[in-house]
Design a protein around this ligand. Structure first.
Ligand SMILES: [Zn+2]
Ligand SMILES: [Zn+2]
Length: 114
């Protein structure tokens, strides 16, 4: 049987805290390392949370860019012929109607999304 060092309440010998006042008690477990550890863990979890938040954000951005790129690839914007105004497929280089070279997006080097 142990007694609370604060209020003197009788406590079971395996009690770690006083059931009456909440003071930490028990078998010489008056040291503080657990508190320190808790603080460290709390800090660590905060850091991790922050890191995860940043990582999640970056991943979201990456996914967004990837999705946009995929959509651009699948749904290529039609190229309007500057000569006759005909809409040509996004991959067209020459106008299918008048043969005019569709100078622009797809002609030449592939363009990065801006
Ligand atoms: Zn107590
Ligand atoms: Zn044309």
């Amino acid at each position: 049987m142990t007694y609370c060092i604060n209020c003197g309440e009788e406590l079971p010998k395996d009690a770690l805290f006083c059931s009456k006042c909440g003071t930490k008690t028990g078998t010489g477990a008056t040291t503080a390392p657990s508190d320190e550890m808790r603080e460290t863990l709390t800090r660590m979890s905060h850091e991790m949370e922050k890191a995860f938040t940043i990582a999640a954000k970056e991943m979201q951005e990456a996914f967004k860019v990837a999705r946009n790129n995929i959509q651009k690839t699948i749904y290529k914007e039609p190229i309007v012929c500057a000569s006759c105004g005909e809409k040509n497929a996004g991959s067209a280089i020459y106008c299918f109607k008048c043969g005019n070279k569709l100078a622009g997006k797809t002609a030449g080097k592939p363009k990065e999304s801006t």
